[in-house]
Design a protein around this ligand. Structure first.
Ligand SMILES: Cc1cc2nc3c(=O)[nH]c(=O)nc-3n(C[C@H](O)[C@H](O)[C@H](O)COP(=O)(O)OP(=O)(O)OC[C@H]3O[C@@H](n4cnc5c(N)ncnc54)[C@H](O)[C@@H]3O)c2cc1C
Length: 443
């Protein structure tokens, strides 16, 4: 059964979905957007606001919107410190953070600008911390300063370190709430949202049905796994953990491949929440794209510690024992992953160990907050990151947006790699993709 959401039902449910209609769908649209995570929703919103006379449909395989990465993340509004100057991540994060704050203000969505410290606890981390400061300055990150041990304690009384980067512009928000608000904007502008529509084929229609020219005006068929079909002129895919498979089914390259990395969080017991005021991050290890296990306050007042990074046995698998033979075989047979594992076996085993034995993780976190003890934490939620990987085993660091060739490929644009900070960057990514759609396609 597929579900089509009207503006009224979507709004009444606060963006959470109500069944209002179910039928075989044979609609025609100018643009179909596949995937209703924060990137798909932000982009569908931007496109319909720019082109109100065109028809848009947003297709999502789940019953509800933004259930995956956009609903399972740290909830940080990043300020843009880490990213290579001039990269898409650097540009889109800095602009995206500004747009995100403005959007939340305009819509009355709750957020907190609670700041962030990136803390060096060893002398050997100081050169890397200073290099990060230089990067942040090149990226035009606002209000960034370096503080000493006393400066750290002034901001975070229970945190110990020898030097830190202080980023007061960093904040927190519920990214799923933001994503659902983009969805409401899209609906109110006349867009159609269809859930429980798992796209498994995107191809050209060979002939128009019964001699009608309709099929030629909308030459692409977008089919789901239950025999439903709709037609459109152009397709944009924003499939998160399935972005490589969506690319493959439209005849475009399967690479870079997506490798899923689980990230488990611990949660501080409420009576210990006084230990943490804002975000506290380690100095990241430059060999990995992940920022390291951090302390993060949540909008509900709780404090999360994490996430770690271990290879997941299932895309979108949130439980320790979630396993998909297809996903697992797919990952392990990929030469890029084999090379990555060989190069990082020690780190990988360490992360798995700290994931299984939370005492080891707490010991690691005590470097930042010595007062923390094992009895202060409980196991918390899990997220799964979509990390793109090339065939040489290199993690693809920057955002990747890509089309294809041939009849189908020239009508499709794929968001191939949108890892963190894509939630922060979502409105800026949407602007960039909308520009790209206007350049590539004849709207
Ligand atoms: C643990 C973790 C912590 C993070 N922390 C932060 C943070 O603090 N700040 C930040 O800015 N970013 C953070 N991120 C990154 C951020 O959450 C993601 O980059 C962002 O949510 C990606 O959005 P997306 O729309 O590309 O993907 P998703 O949210 O995964 O959405 C993809 C959607 O596509 C749908 N889909 C897939 N295949 C199909 C199909 N065949 N047919 C129909 N629908 C399909 C899926 O069901 C899903 O709804 C974090 C990510 C993780 C995992």
């Amino acid at each position: 059964m597929i579900r089509i959401l009207s503006g009224a039902s979507f709004k009444a449910a606060g963006g959470l979905l109500k069944d209002i209609q179910s039928r075989q769908l044979h609609g025609t649209y100018d643009i179909a957007v596949v995937g209703a995570g924060i990137v798909g929703l932000a982009t569908a919103r931007e496109l319909i606001l720019r082109h109100p006379s065109l028809s848009f449909v947003l297709l999502e395989k789940e019953k509800e919107l933004s259930l995956h990465q956009s609903g399972h993340n740290s909830g940080v509004i990043h300020s843009g410190i880490y990213y290579t100057p001039g990269s898409l991540k650097a540009r889109l994060c800095v602009r995206g953070a500004t747009l995100a704050y403005e959007y939340c203000e305009k819509k009355g969505l709750p957020y907190k600008r609670c700041g962030k410290l990136i803390v060096a606890v060893e002398q050997e981390e100081i050169p890397r911390l200073k290099a990060l400061y230089e990067r942040g300055m090149k990226n035009n990150v606002r209000d960034l300063t370096i503080v000493d041990g006393k400066g750290i304690r002034d901001r975070e009384p229970y945190c110990r370190g020898i030097m830190a980067l202080d980023s007061p512009y960093t904040g927190i928000v519920d990214w799923r709430m933001v994503a659902l608000s983009y969805g409401t904007d899209f609906k109110e502008a006349g867009g159609t949202v269809v859930t429980e529509y798992e796209v498994n084929d995107i191809s050209m229609i060979k002939e128009s049905p019964s001699g009608s020219t309709e099929g030629m005006k909308y030459p692409l068929a977008v089919r789901d796994n239950k025999g439903n079909e709709l037609r459109c002129r152009y397709v944009l895919t924003c499939g998160g953990l399935y972005s490589d498979r969506l690319s493959q089914i439209s005849g475009c390259s399967r690479e870079p491949r997506i490798v899923p990395f689980r990230g488990d969080y611990l949660v501080l017991k409420p009576e210990k929440n006084y230990l943490v005021k804002g975000n506290i991050y380690p100095v990241p290890d430059p060999r990995f794209p992940f920022l390291g296990v951090h302390f993060t306050p949540r909008m509900d007042g709780s404090i999360w510690l994490g996430p770690n990074a271990v290879l997941a046995f299932k895309r979108e698998g949130y439980k320790v024992y979630d396993f998909s033979a297809q996903d697992f075989a797919d990952a392990l047979l990929f030469r890029g992953l084999q090379k990555l594992i060989m190069r990082n076996i020690t780190f990988g085993v360490g992360e798995m160990y700290r994931g299984l034995f939370i005492g080891a993780q707490v010991k690691n976190l005590q470097k930042y907050i010595p007062e923390l003890s094992l009895s202060d934490v409980i196991r918390g939620p899990t997220g799964v990151r979509a990390q793109a990987l090339d065939r040489d085993g290199n993690l693809v660091d920057d955002f990747v947006f890509d089309g294809g060739v041939g009849d189908v490929g020239s009508r499709v644009l794929h968001v191939r790699n949108a890892p963190s900070p894509a939630a922060t960057s979502s409105l800026a990514i949407a602007e960039m993709i909308a520009d790209e759609v206007e350049n590539r396609f004849t709207l």
